[in-house]
Design a binder for this molecule. Structure first.
Ligand code: F6P
Length: 320
């Protein structure tokens, strides 16, 4: 394979740049030509320009959040006619292999291209960490650390005023972010879409904490489970305690990537090039037991991502 291209798709995730850099540097190392496609699948059309990468063009990006290739949500890419247009565009440009860096939705598009004859490999990148087939996705670690930084700040003001803080974090359909940040941040309660919350029990525990002279409490809510405002109101009604709500929003998606995400992006970027070189397309790079491996792209959107109930139970033991 002589000519490959890379794009980022869906929500950006810190560490995507490390993955782009690794695809480019590994590709050039193997004497391939590597091209960058801007704005994800939306950039796969004749009006777009494909940029050739050089070694130097990915210098100074490993520490930057976001994606230098820009990204887009492209719902129109579900349409066969749009996919076929993209295939024509890639063929005309002489692209023999494509690396798609993104989340589960992006891999449906990647798989469609593979089916239409474009050799495609995926790299899992989403702060949600909800992609089946891999233990980790790029961006999760940084997002959790960003939330911890916010929690530390909120604790200062929560303690000063003796208030209950409800913090809403991202996780459109999953509670991986809330669970990890909740345990690492010492939250008093964690509300996730995977488990029905027992609000009476949560409120009882908050009151018991106050009895033990606790000066503040923190409840972490995944956006996919409930609105933090609704939880704040319910807690206030049931306990009479003063509550405040913080919705962290897109702050969680930005910022300099952690060492973990830079390393993961670097390893997966190089592994994606290796898969294309070995003609193993239709695959997604994956981390399993700390080893980089590959699973079928299909698994990334049809498989089941198991929620770690044991970790959730641990949070119930520790949150007192
Ligand atoms: O998929 C990552 C994610 O950050 C989700 O946690 C969140 O629900 C969604 O993207 C937000 O999407 P957008 O940036 O398109 O508003």
């Amino acid at each position: 394979m002589q000519k490959i291209a890379v794009l980022t798709s869906g929500g950006d995730a810190p560490g995507m740049n490390a993955a782009i850099r690794a695809v480019v540097r590994a590709g050039l190392y193997h004497r391939m030509e590597v091209y960058g496609i801007e704005r994800g699948f939306a950039g796969l059309s004749s009006e777009s320009k494909m940029k050739p990468f050089s070694l130097g063009s990915v210098a100074g990006i490993i520490h930057r959040g976001g994606t230098i290739l820009h990204t887009a949500r492209a719902p129109e890419f579900k349409e066969k006619a749009v996919q076929e247009k993209a295939v024509r565009y890639l063929r005309e440009a002489g692209i023999e292999g494509l690396v798609v860096i993104g989340g589960g939705g992006s891999f449906r598009g990647a798989h469609a291209l593979q089916d239409l004859g474009i050799k495609t490999v995926g790299i899992p990148a989403t702060i949600d960490q909800d992609i089946p087939g891999t233990d980790r996705s790029i961006g999760f670690d940084t997002a959790v650390n960003t939330i911890l930084d916010a929690i530390n700040r909120l604790r200062d003001t929560a303690t000063s005023h003796e208030r209950i803080f409800i913090v809403e974090v991202m996780g459109r359909k999953s509670g991986f972010i809330a669970l990890a940040a909740g345990i690492a941040g010492g939250a008093e309660a964690i509300i996730v879409p995977e488990i029905e919350p027992d609000l009476d029990q949560i409120c009882r525990r908050l009151l018991e904490g106050i009895d033990r002279k606790k000066t503040h409490s923190l409840i972490l809510v995944a956006e996919g489970a409930a609105s933090a405002y609704a939880i704040g109101e319910t807690v206030h009604q049931k306990t009479g305690l003063e509550t405040r709500v913080t919705v962290l929003g897109h702050v969680q998606r930005g910022g300099t990537p952690s060492a973990v995400d830079r390393l993961l992006g670097s390893r997966m970027g190089a592994a994606a090039v290796e898969l294309l070189r070995r003609d193993s397309s239709g695959m997604m790079t994956a981390l399993r037991d700390d080893e980089i491996t590959a699973v079928s792209l299909v698994e990334s959107f049809t498989g089941e991502k198991v929620f770690p109930k044991n970790l959730y139970e641990l949070s119930l033991v520790l949150a007192r």
